[in-house]
Design a protein around this ligand. Structure first.
Ligand SMILES: Cc1ncc(C[n+]2csc(CCOP(=O)(O)OP(=O)(O)O)c2C)c(N)n1
Length: 278
């Protein structure tokens, strides 16, 4: 039941923030996994610093609310400590693509078996709207009165180029989060999920939702790297014509926990380091 995952903390997100839908979708996905036989203690969550990070306070699971930009090494540390934990990380676009960018590239390479949701509102929202590496050209705020001069990074292409085996984007609607949560849980390996989450105060959506379409409905072949790369080009985070949603690319490859015999052994025996007598 999703209510078992509730905490007593009162959400401090702005009324109407899309983060509420992300929270609802994640809790419903988790409840489904628990119904299928997992325990709450089989999960751990990690968040960074920012509006997105408050999700940590609203889900009753173990975990760490870590430093800004350090979600991924924290998740990796948890997996190395206990390869049987189901670890889920949450970042903002500032957290993931600015402070934490180097970790993102290596997380894709290492392919440790955890899931990563990036709440992308195209601004550093909690600190009131400074541009991030995915803010559109020309965007102005007090720190950039002349407007952003640099082409936004394309995180989908970055993940493809870095060898990520699960590259997806969804919009911050509960049903889309539920869908991608389920798909990501089924995938063995690092799953990168970008969630388009327009900040209703500082970066309003400019009709993003109407520009989205489903890759699955278009029969996009998610096993085809070149097709994924092409689809990634359709939204450059600056000009908004159409925004493909769904799984761009999926390919299973050896996970970090299988490449190290010590971890593979722990996984096989369903043990963690604390169960080993030394
Ligand atoms: C190392 C470090 N740099 C800067 C900050 C200040 N800071 C706190 S929240 C935040 C913005 C977070 O933006 P983002 O990760 O995009 O998340 P959002 O608030 O948009 O969900 C910043 C820059 C910090 N806490 N730590």
């Amino acid at each position: 039941m999703t209510s078992d995952l509730n905490t007593t903390a009162t959400p401090t997100w702005c009324p109407g923030c899309w983060n509420f839908q992300i929270l609802a979708g994640i809790k419903s996905g988790l409840a489904e996994e628990i119904k299928k036989g997992k325990n709450k203690d089989d999960f751990a969550i990690v968040s960074g610093i920012g509006c997105h990070a408050k999700i940590f306070d609203y889900i009753n699971l173990n975990g760490i609310n870590t430093l800004h930009g350090r979600v991924l090494p924290t998740c990796l540390g948890m997996k190395v400590g206990n390869p049987n934990l189901n670890v889920i990380g949450f970042s903002g676009d500032g957290d993931a693509y600015a402070e934490g960018i180097e970790h993102l590239i290596h997380a894709a390479r290492f392919n440790s078996d955890f899931k990563y949701f990036v709440h992308n509102n195209q601004v550093f929202a909690l600190t009131v709207a400074q541009p991030t590496p995915v803010t559109e050209l020309g965007y102005k705020d007090k720190t950039n009165p002349l407007g952003v001069k640099f082409q936004p990074l394309n995180p989908i292409k970055l993940m493809l180029a870095s060898g990520c085996g699960f590259v997806a984007r969804v919009f911050a609607e509960k049903s889309q989060i539920e869908y991608i949560f389920k798909e990501a849980m089924k995938h063995k390996g690092f799953a990168f999920i970008e969630v388009i989450q327009p900040c209703i105060i500082f970066h309003n959506d400019k009709g993003y939702l109407e520009k989205t379409y489903s890759l699955e409905k278009e029969e996009h072949d998610k096993t085809n790297f070149d097709a994924a790369w092409k689809k990634a080009d359709e939204f450059d985070y600056s000009t908004v014509k159409k925004i493909p949603l769904g799984i761009f690319y999926q390919k299973e490859k050896p996970i970090l926990e299988e490449l190290y015999p010590q971890l593979a052994e722990l996984k096989k025996k369903k043990m963690s380091w604390k169960d080993i007598k030394r």
